[in-house]
Design a protein around this ligand. Sequence first.
Ligand SMILES: [Zn+2]
Length: 109
Amino acid sequence: MNKFIVVSFLILITIFIFTGCNNHDKKSKSAAVEKTIKETQANGSIVRKGIIDVAAIDKNKDGKVYECPMDWNVISDSPGKCPLCGMNLKEYTLTETKANLDKYDFKHK
Ligand SMILES: [Zn+2]
């Protein structure tokens, strides 16, 4: 009888530790994701999300925008550096930009 109690107790402790670890992992994971989202937003609005309105990004209506050749959803109307990878943004026509977005499965208007 004593042995049985000890064994049950050990199992309970194991379950407790295991569950505790899992919860901790989940918490730290979602915190990391939240941090990434916040950092991306803080880095500026040229990181486009959802359905990208390419024509609306071209505010000066010259038919050209600047896009990161690594992160196709990083689009700006003026030259600069990509906030995600630090590369210089490349000049593309609106048509080219839309083709790039199509190629890499980003949605656009
Ligand atoms: Zn980039």
